[in-house]
Write a protein that binds this ligand. Structure first.
Ligand code: AMP
Length: 304
């Protein structure tokens, strides 16, 4: 069984002990409701470190007033079971009061890349993310922190924060784990009704359509956008955003031709049981062999 800590000071004592024993520490921050995507992050961490710590904290600061903080799925015992099965050593699962005591007054804020894509539609979201991640990183004092490509903008924002504030933890990005039909695993998928789940398959199809053309040598953004959008239209969907942006600087929109590593990122609302579920996903359009393989995997899932 992993050791479970709910109090900061107890968790810090545990980390100090790991440091004294010269154990390398891998850290996987999560909001719980764990699935095979999270498991992949934990797996990579346990294979690269002597001690893997997983945090479970549904962070109120990163939810907007109309978003799903209160109803976000909380499945603590299942989470601990999954963490145990992946061989992690410790779980940090604080309460909101433990993380943010009454006089907590600090905010960590990255400018620029937080203002595009999801940042343009979720004001304050990334400030909530960077504030909690910096706090968690300072507690975990990890050698490496593992983040999923599914939240690509989040990875880039955290990388920027770590670089600007010279934090010593290295950031490792882990590829997106997908369902049979290509849908990216997400804790929010459990909000989808059976019918909505079928419609959601348009999102990986839309990414796969652009990826397929790109692998055939098409670099024209208008053509790639059209192919991608068509897959959404078939299901009557209109994305919140569907954008091509420069991987190394997300503030730069690519709108004519792909000449450098580019990410195609999509946010799509899916109606389910009278509410709207917001899904995000992305692909990196680049011809290096590992990336090519993951694009081919997505294409075969989405169009099989
Ligand atoms: P969350 O619990 O949604 O905050 O996610 C915790 C971490 O798991 C983040 O770094 C996510 O990017 C990552 N993650 C979520 N879904 C996936 C997935 N399908 N594949 C890989 N990583 C994921």
């Amino acid at each position: 069984m992993p050791q479970v800590f709910t109090r900061r000071h107890e968790f810090l004592n545990y980390i100090k002990e790991q440091k004294r024993n010269r154990n390398s520490i891998g850290f996987v921050p999560t909001m719980g409701a764990l699935h095979a995507g999270h498991a992949q992050l934990i797996k990579q961490s346990t294979s690269e470190n002597n001690c893997t710590v997983v945090s479970i904290f549904v962070n109120p600061k990163q939810f907007g007033p109309t978003e799903d903080f209160a109803k976000y799925p909380r499945t603590f015992q299942n989470d601990v079971d999954l963490i145990e099965s992946m061989g992690a050593q410790a779980v940090f699962s604080p309460t909101v009061e433990e993380m943010y005591p009454p006089l907590f007054a600090t905010q960590v804020s990255v400018t620029g890349i937080t203002e595009v894509l999801c940042g343009a539609y979720r004001p304050g979201h990334f400030n909530g993310v960077t504030t909690v991640v910096m706090l968690l990183m300072n507690l975990a004092q990890a050698d490496k922190m593992y983040l999923g490509q599914k939240d690509f903008q989040q990875v880039q924002v955290i990388k920027k924060m770590v670089q600007d504030l010279v934090h010593s933890t290295s950031i490792i990005m882990v590829p997106t784990i997908r369902e049979q039909d290509g849908l990216a695993l997400s804790s929010r998928n459990r909000y989808l009704s059976e019918e909505a789940r079928q419609i959601a398959s348009a999102v990986p199809k839309s990414l796969a359509a652009a990826a397929k053309l790109f692998l055939q040598g098409e670099n024209n953004i208008a053509k790639l956008t059209k192919a991608s959008q068509q897959e959404l239209s078939k299901f009557g969907l209109e994305p919140q955003y569907l954008e091509f942006r420069k991987v190394s600087d997300l503030t730069i929109k690519i709108d004519t031709n792909i000449q450098e590593e580019t990410v195609l990122a999509i946010a799509q609302f899916i109606e389910s049981n009278g509410s709207k579920v917001r899904l995000i996903d992305n692909v990196i359009l680049d011809n290096n062999s590992t990336n090519k393989q993951s694009l081919e995997d997505l294409i075969s899932r989405a169009f099989s």
